[in-house]
Every structure is written in C-alpha cells, then in structure tokens.
Design a protein around this ligand. Structure first.
Ligand code: AMP
Length: 300
C-alpha cells in the first residue's frame, strides 16, 4: 500500500496564498475548516472534499481554535490542541494543504485575545437566525463564527466549503452569509459521523468521564425515538419535545433545548410539523456541553 503523504503545513496567510496562487485557476479547491482535535467526523469531510474536487482539484483544511467564537466562560484555553496527530489523520484522506495560523496572524489588531468577539472592530452580524438556540445560549458565538469563516474564505478562496451536519445551526447561518454576501463558494453539508453506540463524534467527547460517557448516548436515543414517533404519525411538536426531554433527562443530562425546528429558518412549529423539519438538541453532561440533531423526512 502506498504510504500517504502528510499535507503541506502553512502558518501564515502569505505562505498559504502563495500555495493557492500556484494551483490551476479553474480547478476546484474544496475547503474544510476545523478547530483541530480531529476525529473520524472531520476525516469524513476531507474524504467528501476529495470526492468533490476529483484528481485535478485540491483539498485544503484549516486548524484554528478561533478565540472570537468562544464566550468568556467557555473552554477556549483548555480546548484540545493536537496538531501532529491531526496532520497524521488528514494525510490518508488526501488533504493537500493545512492552514494553521496563530491567533495573532488572524487577528493582528486584537492585543487582548481573552476579550474575544467584543474586541473585533469589523465583524459579520448574521441577524436573527444567530440569536436563537445556540445563539441565545452563546451570545456572540455566530458573529465570531461568521467573521472567522469569512476571513478564511477570503484567504483560501475555495470553490467549495465542506461542513458537517453535526453543527446544524452553524450550517444554516453560514449558508445565509454565503448567499446574502454573494460569496462565490458552494456550501456542502455532509452527514454526522457517530460512534458505534450512536453518540455524534465531537472533539469535546474526550472531556466526558468514564461514568458519563455511556449516558451521553441518550441524546441520540431521544432523537431517534422522536423520529420514529414522527414517522408513525406524531406531528405535534410539543409531544416530540416532551419525548426527547424525558429520554435525555432520564439518563441524568440537563436539557438546554430539545425541539423540532423548520429545517431552513430554524423557527419553531407552533402547532403542527407541516414543513421540512430538524430535531435539535443541546444538553449538559457534567462539565461537557453536547449538541446533536437529526432531520425528519417530510412529505405532503
Ligand atoms: P469543529 O472542529 O468542531 O469546529 O468542526 C469542524 C467541522 O467538522 C464542522 O463543519 C463540523 O460540523 C464538522 N464535524 C464535527 N463533528 C462531526 C461529526 N461527528 N461528523 C461530521 N462532521 C463533523
């Protein structure tokens, strides 16, 4: 078997741009932004990216723990950083280049990085879709996400942006930004990769204690139970919400939200699920916050 080659690694914008400028201008370039601490979910995005671009195209990933999307009480400083292992994981997936800038490279004008998104002078305000669900619990989070992704898109100039369904609202917010700011990049959402028991893979799963780890699967159990109920004819959003909450709380997790939402706008259904729908969950287990979702197939 041919040994896979580690991707080229660039720490500065200038170096990355020089690599980008040498690619054939009309060839596709698919881009996978990440915060590192990579797992098979990220690797699957790299494989999708490779399939999209074909042998004539290229694949780039970024590894950057973006301070402006973390709140002051969140886990920015203790977020896992595992660059060498990340490069080893990306090599067999056919990633050509990795952009791993420092915070100073990305935000040279922010001297005090702990002040995070409030320290940005120019930023992207994604509007109402970013103030509900994750946005309500993490004020400023999507402003930080949109701003860093726009910066990365301006540096990488990819033809495709490849992201995971695991962060469903992030996809909705970024799809809107790409559309409304006329960014010439196609947004591609790929399926969530799960552990054998159903838990969605996440860099934060490593925070779970051995005692908590088996309980975490209650989130996926709740999502699939609600999906089964929906497929059997249950269209009342409140009934599905109660079912999910009960399943998750019975396992000892604390639910932040567990509800059906419109698949595009993420607005709640007042009485009946009568349009494409996603079930969205956020729950706290010990010190770890977990999110997950599942789409419901809707037919008139
Ligand atoms: P992160 O490193 O957490 O910022 O995630 C980087 C990208 O990987 C985002 O597009 C995530 O949605 C995606 N991702 C994270 N976990 C998974 C997973 N379990 N399956 C598929 N994609 C994922």
């Amino acid at each position: 078997m041919k040994a896979s080659v580690r991707p080229l690694l660039f720490h500065t914008i200038a170096e990355f741009r020089a690599w980008r400028a040498a690619l054939a201008p009309a060839a596709p370039l698919a881009f996978v932004p990440t915060m590192g601490a990579l797992h098979e979910g990220h690797v699957s995005l790299a494989h999708h990216a490779r399939k999209l671009t074909g042998p004539a195209g290229s694949v780039a990933a970024s590894i950057f723990v973006n301070p402006t999307q973390f709140g002051p009480a969140e886990d920015f400083s203790k977020y896992p950083r595992t660059l060498n292992a990340d490069l080893d994981l990306l090599a067999p997936a056919g990633v050509d280049a990795v952009f791993a800038p420092s915070a100073e490279e990305m935000y040279p004008t922010i001297s005090e990085l702990s002040t995070q998104h409030s320290a940005l002078s120019t930023s992207v305000d994604p509007g109402p879709i970013a103030t509900i669900l994750e946005g309500a619990l993490r004020p400023g989070h999507f402003r930080g996400v949109c701003t860093v992704v726009l910066k990365l898109l301006n540096i990488v100039t990819p033809t495709h942006l490849v992201m995971g369904q695991k962060d469903y609202q992030q996809n909705a917010v970024l799809r809107q930004m790409i559309r409304e700011l006329n960014i010439p990049t196609a947004h591609v959402m790929c399926p969530t990769i799960r552990e054998p028991d159903g838990l969605a893979m996440s860099s934060r799963n490593r925070y779970l204690s051995p005692a908590d780890r088996p309980r975490a699967v209650a989130i996926h159990r709740a999502l699939t139970a609600a999906k089964t109920a929906f497929q059997s004819g249950e269209k009342n959003p409140h009934t599905l919400e109660t079912l999910m909450r009960h399943t998750i709380e019975s396992a000892g997790l604390s639910v932040q939200y567990a509800l059906p939402a419109h698949a595009d706008t993420l607005s709640p259904f007042p009485a009946t699920i009568n349009a494409p729908c996603v079930l969205l969950v956020a729950a706290q287990l010990g010190a770890t916050r977990l999110i997950d979702n599942i789409c419901l197939e809707f037919t008139l």
